[in-house]
Design a protein. Sequence first.
Length: 746
Amino acid sequence: DIGNRLGQVVDVAKAMAEGNLSKRVPVAKVDEIGVMAEEFNIMANCLQESYSSLERKVADRTMLLQLANDELERRGMELEFINDELRKASELKNRFLATVSHELRTPLNSVIGFAELLKGQAVGSLNEKQKEYAGYINNSGKHLLQLINNILDLSKIEAGKVELMKEDFALTPLLNDVVNTITSLANTKRLTIEVKTEDAGYINADRGKLKQVLLNLLSNAVKFNKDDGRIDIEAVTKDENLHVSVKDTGIGIKPEDVERIWLEFEQVDDSITRHFEGTGLGLAVTMKLVELHGGRIWVESEYGKGSAFKFTIPTKQIVVPVKTLPERMVISDEIPLILVVEDNLELRELIASYIKEAGYEVARAGDGNEALRLAKTLKPFAITLDLMLPEKNGWEVLRELKEDPATADIPVIIVSAANGLKDGFSFGASDYLTKPVDKESLLASLKKLSLTTKVKRGSYTVLVVDDDPKAVELLAQILQGEGFGVIKAYGGEEGVTLAMKGSPDLVILDLMMPEVSGFEVLERLRNWHDTKDIPVIIYTAKDITSEDRARLGNEISKVVKKGFIMECLLEEVRKVEMFYPARAKMVDPLTNTFNRRYFKNRILQEISRGERYGHLFSMEMIYIDNFDAYRKKYGSIKGDEAIKKLAAGIQECTRKSDCLVRYGDFTFVLLLPQIPKTSARFVGEKIRLKIERVLTWDHERFTASVGIVSFPADGKGENELIEKALNEMEDAVKAGGNRVLLAGGA
């Protein structure tokens, strides 16, 4: 009995151990085992109650955790939704900024540009009052553009959308450029501007944004200065930092206002706003642009005596890059060149006379081999080709022209007595005329060759591509006023078509166009062999991002913002001309020297460089004394051969940095950068002796009369220098020729 009762206790204990807390030990007798059983049951009751309490707590805690988890999940979803909304808002803001930038700058571009044309009387004369009003419109437009730019710049900086496009560049030209920009404004107050750039050298920074910082500081220095005051600009690189100071003698700033001037939309005094205009954004933008470079900006000012704005940005020591001059190539001069290929001398001269009367230049070839050689050398606008030629017939010439990539795109007009119209077109001829050819048919055929005959084609043709007709018309007026030919395209697709058919020398391209954007136009031009090398200037109201630059790559010559000053655009076009002199038709086709168009730009460039940096240069006017007599005796063909040899002889006496120009029929100009007049004399003597040895005829030699001037000693303007050089040259001729004379008798 005792064993059974103890076994019951053991069984209940095992059941409880297995989780059955409801089990109890039966109490049969009140003895020691019975007391033990009762105590065991009391313990079991306590254990069961504790377990139930714990379960309830766990359930309660689980429920709380579940509620907390649900709340976290809800909060997470809310945050995700808010983040999505913020991203959308940011994207909308960026799109809005881009749209506002385009939509505000584009009409302002027309207002400023057309007002500038009116003011400059490019479309007719104005009376003084009309010119004054046009000036008001122009100045107000520029002022409004500056305010818009400041607001948009600040918005972009705060949105984190402004990125630095760092590059290596010389600081001094940038400073001089900024000073030149504000000089006219400074002159209205008779301000003196001094620039000191000791050890400035080359720096690594965002050129455009650094220019904006300097322009803001200098504009303020002019705006808040007193009449007859001064501005001192100092820039120095030290310890891998650029240090710049802009000091003025203006109204100064009160000590309590120094911190406020950096705040957005803040003016230290309402009267300042009324007197000087402005939004109070210029310095706020300036500070943020300096800070983007990792630098800092501050001001030191004494009220009533002036202010000194100073900033530093980190930079690094830059090795000055070595620049080489663009290669000079042979190409037609200002007038399109036609190559006439005909073995019959009389007929060749007849066709040539027809073409010259129509205003074209003419080159001549009497056989097939000469035709191929001249086509490759001269790259003519078109070729008239006889079929019955000695040595190599016209069919062979046409086939070789079309197989050679260098000449395949030159239009060929067959002029022949043979009937081969079908074969002519199958070989790639552009037209087929049957002898005897009349003048009207020949000229009509030449006219058909170019899509751009409807355009007044100047010596340098620019294709303008923009969906805004006002922008196209504005650019056309500006460019045509400077003698450029203009092709107009009012959208991307039309721009591509005209570029492929019209072969312009330069494309000015807007980026933001419907259907076919400027990016697509550029991509298609670069993928077409006839247009892939055409220089492109981007002309847009869009702010160029790093993604845009990556997409554009190195395929652009320059980005010009809408709202530009007219001279800025023309300056960029001229830079492209100077960098691609062959494409710009600035090279003489016979002598492979530069022509007068190039010389006009180059001498202005040298004078500007001399004024900015104190560089001197010399100029030699070279006249071939007895060339006219030689040509009259031996004819124009021999004369052309002689002038080529004479030009080559002069070229042998020059450096790579010198500039040799065919100035007249048998007159040359030589520009010698950084060469004083005394040294230029030795160059002139060297050339004079060289010409004596180039060619002899009838026991005679060519001789040269040379007149030499230098900048700035003999003149500070191009006309004055040219006139003095011509006078010295003429005096040398009158004295018997074959001599070198220097202005001033030095």
